[in-house]
Design a protein around this ligand. Structure first.
Ligand code: PAF
Length: 288
């Protein structure tokens, strides 16, 4: 496995492999089982696998969130290596954003819904770094996790609107045995906060279960989900949503593919999760 930092070295390393089917797994490091799942699928599907590791300041709102973002560089490199990664791009801030860098990608209204309401400009930052990654690496395939469902929709829109020649693959959420979706931010949870952290998924499941038993009214479904969360004083609900899975528009009644999602705070740790209904993520490329 080769590890490169500068853009010049990245280009040199890619030049020798440009004929091969190339897959990229963009990450911010602090790898977990979810990243491992992305790497495993990418390894199977591509001849040359590139991973990126860069905590992108442009997508963080509050300085505190950026500085507390978990970092585990040595463990990450072992995971990349064991997953059979060919090349890791691990740039410094100035490699990515040299002096006088000022261009930003501005996503449309799509990115202003759900997460975008609470994290303004977050997806513009994600889109900006991904444009760099797609332009420099020119992958055939790019791998993202379902846990950041809205991010996958934003990436699909970015690919379509800016004509990137890359195929998006979405890999299902990986969960710990207690149901908590694996996330880099889980490392910030104290052991005693763990059970509160699992409540969001429990609430989403209550919603889905009730829908599967015939309840289509989203106000009723949202209330049922909220009822799971409210009794736990350690959970602060930021939002609970039932939206069209592709347009991300909040629904009154479920009539087609939908995403049940939410964000909660457990003290200073923000967690998100989602459950899809009526969406075949394997066949997603055709569905969007
Ligand atoms: O999902 C993430 O880890 C980040 O948003 C990404 C896609 C690596 C861009 O920085």
């Amino acid at each position: 496995m080769e590890i490169v930092r500068s853009v010049a070295n990245l280009k040199d390393s890619l030049a020798n492999n440009s004929e091969l089917k190339m897959g990229v797994v963009p990450t911010m490091g602090a790898l977990h089982k979810g990243h491992k799942a992305l790497l495993d699928v990418a390894r199977k599907e591509c001849k040359f696998m590139v991973a990126t590791s860069f905590v992108n300041p442009l997508q963080f709102g509050r300085e505190a969130d950026l500085s507390s973002y978990p970092r585990s560089r040595d463990e990450d490199m072992t995971i990349f290596e064991q997953a059979g990664t060919d090349l890791v791009w691990e740039p410094s801030f100035t490699d990515v954003y040299p002096d006088q860098f000022e261009t930003r990608v501005k996503m449309g209204v799509f990115a202003e819904k759900l997460e975008g309401i609470y994290r303004p400009n977050h997806f513009d930052g994600v889109a900006t770094i991904l444009c760099k990654i797609f332009n420099l690496i020119r992958p055939h395939m790019a791998y993202f996790g379902q846990k950041d469902w809205q991010q996958t929709r934003v990436v699909q829109k970015l690919i379509y609107d800016l004509n990137f020649d890359v195929e998006l693959r979405v890999i299902g959420t990986v969960r710990d045995t207690d149901g908590l979706a694996v996330s880099s931010r889980n490392r910030l949870l104290l052991p005693e906060q763990r059970s509160s952290a699992t409540k969001l998924y429990k609430a989403l499941k209550v919603g889905i279960h009730s829908f599967q038993h015939g309840e289509l009214d989203c106000d009723i479904l949202r209330k049922k989900m909220l009822d799971v969360l409210i009794p736990d004083e350690d959970v602060r609900v930021e939002y609970l949503s039932i939206a069209d899975a592709f347009e991300l528009v909040e629904l009154k009644k479920i009539r087609g593919p939908a995403v049940f999602s939410g964000a909660v705070w457990i003290d200073k740790v923000r967690l998100i999760d989602n459950v899809l209904c009526g969406v075949d993520i394997e066949g997603l490329v055709d569905a969007t």
